[in-house]
Ligand binder design. Structure first.
Ligand code: IVH
Length: 673
């Protein structure tokens, strides 16, 4: 394809994908299947890799990330990002209203109410319709430009279409992790033995600061906008701004309302007190703004916050109850979670009996004693938390809680790795909840997808000694299943058919299913593609593992150790015998040219314009070979940023040519690609 053909095609694809993206994320409609959409995106991504200089600033490929930012540039906010005064009572709100009335010399005014979203504030700068900067609040005067990460937020327009768009404007809002996304993220982390995140807000904040935007894209951040700034916006009220922001394609929470006076504001506040828990994100109050922008100017600012706005914070409902005891749950990975057993108490409409205490540090922080009266709170989240102890009610003879030292399920001595908050039961092969948990992990949708098997059935199969490891599922006899509680002819047939059908699950699903710690679905996909067969993965050295995409030291060590365990090897042998897939069906990309024929490359470090996988595809597509370790036979070491010094030294000692990303691009050009 010539450059001018590519330019046209890139433009066409960019427009088409952006159109369908907006249709999906802003109008909730879809005209393309996910597959068709991904195909277009892949086509565009391929062309952009070939012609990087033709990539458009609003390219939708930025949504999937890839750019690595080592340090985020610090920027001064054109308009400082102030905070809001907080109130907790009707009286304080009425006082605020009194100050507004006085400040406006008796002129009539209206309010505009919005919920207070519990996320991370962000300031977005658009120039000539294009999103150019995404700056965090920082200290209010200076923040960090995290634009590559911001661009992964699918509901944010990368380019504003329409007439009379100001040459420059700024729009502010709140970046958040929707509740369901946060829950799913934690489930996935629990699944691979990572510690779970404590709350959605801090996780959103941490995510915005991640260096690898591809990781950010996977987290599925979202954003509500609520503030328009700039000189030429041609708006007279806050309501105008919100309508304009909406018309430009930004996402605005539909919960706002214009209120004629403070009494309508109070009705709005009451109306959302309970209902807000049904919203897709956490909220912690209501923001009340004077609607007219001239009036906002007249009221002005104090040193810290505007006089024309205030935040009403909902009190999280809290009550006190007796801590009857602490029990300990053991998960699939052996992680132990302490749970507070409470004297049942009514809180925000439900009876609370238990609350998670997370880990030993949390128990120590709260300085809990059995018999204490503890304050239990239910904020925006559904799960109650223990926030503190009512010391006035503490009995003199109470003793500090001693954390268990043995597994409550199998009696094995617990261990705690340095730097980790959780205790673990190391008895992987003999601890019942770990075994059952592994089978549950194995059958889940993203793994072997055996939906005819549920938690209850697994429990029965395990308790009866019929299934001790996932491989036992494949030798289950019809008679044995028929004997299970609740099983008849048809349900037995379905269960066995589900198990049989799982044999066609692809290698990457099997690799995820066998439950190697820290190997989630994405890592399993990368490993399957990189090593192709279980035998090659199993025989890989630590050095070879660390060379694979997405694999860092923690994962490499975990995979290496997993395959050195004879029980794991036996299990794999049984699964192989049962007929599961242990070979990747991934097809190498089609050959485009022979420009790199006979040349071998090792790719190391991180790159500005490419993901490692893509570099590999390009090299292979042009006839080259990608190797994992440096040897005298190697032609090129393609060196990105942060490449390990050992690799460079070895290449230098062996006289292997080291080339940069730019030199690689040159090489392709020279070869006429
Ligand atoms: S307006 C001059 N509206 O609350 C400040 N802020 O305590 C104008 N926030 O930094 C802010 N929801 O991060 C506004 N609907 C909303 C909001 C909101 C959440 C956050 C925002 C701000 C903080 C102020």
């Amino acid at each position: 394809m010539t450059a001018s053909e590519a330019k046209k095609k890139i433009q066409e694809l960019t427009e088409k994908i952006n159109f369908h993206n907006d249709l999906y994320y802003q109008k909730n409609q879809s005209e393309l299947s996910d597959f068709e959409f991904d195909q277009l995106l892949e086509q565009l991504s391929g062309l952009e890799k070939e012609f990087p200089e033709l990539k458009l600033p609003d390219s939708p490929t930025q949504r999937v990330g890839g750019a690595i930012t080592k340090t985020f540039p610090s920027m001064v906010h054109q308009y400082p990002m102030l905070s809001l005064g907080n109130t907790y009572s009707q009286q304080e709100l009425e006082d605020f209203d009194g100050r507004v009335a006085k400040g406006l010399d008796g002129d009539p005014y209206e309010y505009f109410c919005e919920l207070k979203f519990d996320g991370v504030s962000i300031s977005l700068i658009y120039e000539n319709g294009l999103l150019v900067k995404g700056i965090t609040r920082g200290d209010g005067v200076r923040g960090d430009d995290v634009i590559a990460n911001v661009k992964t937020i699918r509901t944010l327009p990368l380019k504003i279409k329409g007439k009379n768009i100001p040459a420059r404007f700024e729009v502010r809002g709140e970046v958040f992790l929707p509740k369901n996304v946060f829950k799913q993220l934690n489930k996935e982390r629990e699944d691979i033995g990572e510690e779970t995140y404590a709350n959605a807000r801090n996780t959103a904040s941490g995510t915005l600061k991640m260096q690898d935007s591809a990781e950010v894209a996977k987290r599925k951040l979202d954003c509500y906008l609520y503030y328009l700034l700039g000189e030429d916006n041609n708006v007279h009220t806050h309501e105008d701004s919100i309508k304009k922001i909406e018309a430009w394609g930004f996402q605005v929470s539909p919960t706002y309302k214009k209120c004629k006076n403070i009494s309508e504001v109070l009705t709005y506040i009451q109306g959302w007190e309970k209902k807000r828990t049904e919203l897709p994100l956490e909220t912690d109050g209501v923001v009340i703004k004077v609607n007219n922008l001239d009036q906002q100017d007249r009221l002005g600012f104090t040193a810290k916050s505007p006089r024309w706005a205030i935040a009403y914070k909902y009190k999280s409902e809290s009550t006190s109850t007796r801590l009857n005891g602490i029990t300990y749950q053991v998960g699939r990975t052996g992680a132990v979670t302490p749970v507070a057993e409470l004297e049942p108490v009514l809180l925000a409409g439900t009876t609370v009996k238990r609350a998670s205490l997370h880990n030993a540090n949390e128990i120590a922080r709260l300085d809990l004693r059995i018999g204490d009266f503890v304050f239990v709170e239910k904020g925006g989240e559904i799960i109650p938390k223990v926030t503190s102890v009512d010391l006035s009610k503490r009995k003199g003879n109470s003793k500090q809680v001693e954390y268990i030292s043995e597994c409550p399920q199998c009696g094995t001595k617990l261990i705690r790795h340095e730097g980790e908050a959780n205790h673990y039961c190391p008895n992987e092969s003999g601890c019942p909840p770990q075994i059952k948990g592994r089978i549950e992990h194995f059958i889940q949708r993203k793994a072997m997808d055996i939906d005819s098997l549920g938690e209850k059935t697994i429990e029965q199969l395990y308790d009866l000694g019929l299934v001790k490891t996932p491989a036992d599922l494949y030798t289950l006899k019809k008679e044995a299943v028929l004997n299970l509680e609740g099983f008849k002819e048809l349900s037995t047939k379905n269960l066995l058919a589900g198990i049989e059908a799982s044999k066609s699950a692809p290698f990457e699903s099997v690799l995820f299913a066998i439950g190697i710690r820290f190997v989630g679905k994405t890592v399993a996909e990368k490993l399957a593609r990189h090593f192709k067969t279980i035998d090659q993965l199993s025989n890989a050295t630590y050095e070879q593992l660390i060379e694979a995409p997405e694999v860092g030291e923690k994962i490499a060590l975990s995979v290496f150790t997993f395959f050195r365990n004879s029980e794991n090897q036996q299990e794999i042998a049984k699964l192989k015998k049962a007929g599961l897939k242990f070979e990747s069906e991934f097809k190498e990309p089609e050959k485009i040219s022979t420009a790199l024929a006979g040349k071998s490359f090792v790719i190391s470090g991180t790159f500005q314009n490419y993901e490692r996988d893509h570099l590999k595809d390009i090299i292979v597509a042009h006839g080259g070979k990608v190797l994992s370790s440096v040897s005298a036979k190697l032609d090129f070491l393609l060196a990105g940023e942060n490449m390990g010094p050992a690799k460079r030294e070895k290449a230098e000692a062996l006289g292997v040519k080291i080339i940069s990303e730019e030199e690689f691009d040159e090489k392709l050009k020279e070869a006429g690609v």
